[in-house]
Design a protein around this ligand. Sequence first.
Ligand code: MGD
Ligand code: MGD
Ligand code: MO
Length: 776
Amino acid sequence: MQDKPHAQPPEKLTGLTLTEPKDSAAGLTAVLSTAKHILEEMNLSKGVALLSKLNQKGGIDCMSCAFPDPKERSAVAEYCENGAKAIAEEATDKRITADFFANYSVEELSEQSDYWLGKQGRLTQPMILRAGEKYYKPITWEEAFAFIAKQLNALSSPHEAIFYTSGRTSNEAAFLYQLFVRQFGTNNLPDCSNMCHESSGVALSDTLGIGKGSVILEDFEKAEIIMIIGQNPGTNHPRMLSALQKAKKKGVKIISINPLKETGLLNFKHPQNPIDWVGKGTELTDLYLQVKINGDVALLKALILCILENENLQTLENWSKSANQHHSERNTIDYGFIQTQTTGFEDFITDLKKYNLEYLVEQSGVSIEEIKKAADLLKKYHKIIACWAMGLTQHKNAVGNIQEIVNLLLLKGSIGKEGAGTCPVRGHSNVQGDRTMGIVEKPKPEFLDRLGKVFNFTPPQQHGYDTVAAIKAMYEGTAKVFIALGGNFLSATPDTEYTAKALQNCDLTVHISTKLNRSHLIHGKNALILPCLGRTEKDVQASGEQFVSVENSMGIVHSSQGILPPASKFLLSEASIVAGLAKATLGEKSTVNWDKMIENYDNIRDKIEQVIVGFENYNQRVRHPDGFYLPNGAREGKFHTKDKKAHFTINELPKHELQEDEFLMMTIRSHDQFNTTIYGLNDRYRGIFNERRVVLINPQDMKKFAWQAQQVVDLYSKYHGEERIAKTFVLVPYDIPQQCIATYFPEANVLVPIDLKADKSHTPVSKSVIVKIIAK
Ligand SMILES: Nc1nc2c(c(=O)[nH]1)N[C@H]1C(S)=C(S)[C@@H](COP(=O)(O)OP(=O)(O)OC[C@H]3O[C@@H](n4cnc5c(=O)[nH]c(N)nc54)[C@H](O)[C@@H]3O)O[C@H]1N2
Ligand SMILES: Nc1nc2c(c(=O)[nH]1)N[C@H]1C(S)=C(S)[C@@H](COP(=O)(O)OP(=O)(O)OC[C@H]3O[C@@H](n4cnc5c(=O)[nH]c(N)nc54)[C@H](O)[C@@H]3O)O[C@H]1N2
Ligand SMILES: [Mo]
């Protein structure tokens, strides 16, 4: 029995049906699905008006992912099916009013599914749940700000408060938020990035001197090979498929590395090109390496060994002494680049020699024949782009995963030139921008110095909590107030029942949100919901209509402006909610003129320009229809590491000592969700319909234990003697390596131990959890 209110969605099955996984992504079905989701939430003319502005120059930046816009935009449609779902979710005509909260107690709401909660519509006015009460009640903005300010100011230290951010927040709101938090006196600024691409940031900063990727969209067509590792773009970055299609037509080879044969990586029919609907579509992947979960370092090392097969490793180990003999143009590896631009090569080779190719092959789960084919391609070509996402970042050795990719790119000299480089594909549409704006729990001293100078105060120096540390602090009672600028902290974080207790331990939990979610229902002694404008809506302030700005996954900053009237007259923009909180909390102590900042967002941007490097003439450049590109050393082959070189690194193989009845579980996204927002119950490409409580499992494994297709099971994870359980899942036989299983996030988050986090980046290990399956 779960405690009440329920931290987890109901453990109830909804009626699974299965088909074969699809062999082609998008096409006409995607167009029809777009129409269905839009029309469920609004009328046709509003839908058409919105979609025609989506991702257009000067229009609305799509909030579904951070994939960049092409220079030449389609006049018909510059969005994907899942972007349209995100728009429908936000711009819905349905409303949650004070009556709704009077009808349902918090406990009753918690009995509903996440899908149901999301479908109730937009939040419309500030609500408070006072200590001991069972129902949220309306409150005015003034009272809400005063209530929160009082609690914050009553804390014995500012470090007892936590200020979370989810990556949809605009640059302007994010900048004001971190300024407020630092004037309040803490760096407790965990954000969704801690659960997402933090491992990429850490790995890339250490090796290449910049935590961001080095390629721009135009590089895709100039590359010779694009590797797509641990990413499912067909569902999570569908517009990347059009970019890959274009690249394919220019002759680029694609190597995909993934435990699942993801439909979106196999074949693509352009949804905006009716000729594609009836044709065969474009084959995308040339070579599909179906790696075991977390077998990537083994695979990459095996690939590198095969690339170097005709080189004498002994000579390479002592290479600096004999380097000149290797300088020829078409070598398999780029000796000139390695010698002039990198360090650590010899040590890397010494370490590599330790490994036996057969062992690596076995650990990777991929056949030697396929590895050799991939190595032959990688030998032959010199312009390689490596793309990756959560399949690499959410493991214990996530930083090592990414550093091993960097090793491969450095070996090939595939960085700092056109058509080559690193491409971590970000998730939330402004997660990269939020970090650039200073939403960081471990800020650099130079940043704090500038912030302090521009605003004439002394920012706190002590590092703050990241997401996992924040949960532990609340659990242990050292943090007492939790404020979230967006997101769904309870359901997005690991170890759901543990995190629930952490939030319930707080004196106050506050959520600035557009839609109802489970984090509103698992609350501190007092709780507030502060409803805000979404990106689709007009944001009118004293000086008139405002726009905001965001940074995409490839470092381009551009504007976004809504077109709809606000969902309710009570809504405030995120920026003005932050300013309201700051004014009420800091009062006379603040050196910031918060009203002036909100009056005209140009005033915020002027300050950003003074504090953050790369934002010169921000207000002017952000008005350019294409936006502007931030400085990127790695792209230019300039590495801002301490020694100004790119670094080869030594990365150990991960160890999973699985018992015969244990499985390595990855928690992934279905086609019908945006993180914890559930759009529907289908995962069309994988052929899974009307059910989210599924376990994708290899048929051989099922046979071994005499389990039947669609058998109902419970899942157990055991970590350091503690047991966690997720009940009532259905087995789905699937093409996945043996002893690997997949479930959906957030239903399986309860199984992810709070202490199981990646080395260095502290990202929860959501993609390699050891579990047992117990048949009912
Ligand atoms: N429609 C939609 N769009 C989204 C989101 C969404 O939920 N819905 N979420 C957004 C966010 S915040 C993010 S971060 C991104 C997430 O985008 P993705 O990273 O594509 O999301 P996941 O579903 O977590 O997929 C991980 C992929 O990695 C594979 N994988 C898992 N483990 C391993 C491994 O050990 N090795 C390898 N090589 N592969 C592995 C899985 O099979 C899966 O294909 O998408 C963003 N865009
Ligand atoms: N097991 C497992 N756990 C994971 C992952 C995984 O792959 N597996 N992925 C992780 C990743 S990559 C991420 S990024 C995190 C995501 O973590 P979060 O960003 O915290 O979660 P979301 O589900 O994206 O947040 C959805 C909520 O955001 C609010 N919202 C939507 N739009 C706006 C807006 O414009 N403004 C405001 N203020 N609020 C808004 C709505 O109320 C909505 O309910 O989850 C992580 N958790
Ligand atoms: Mo993410």
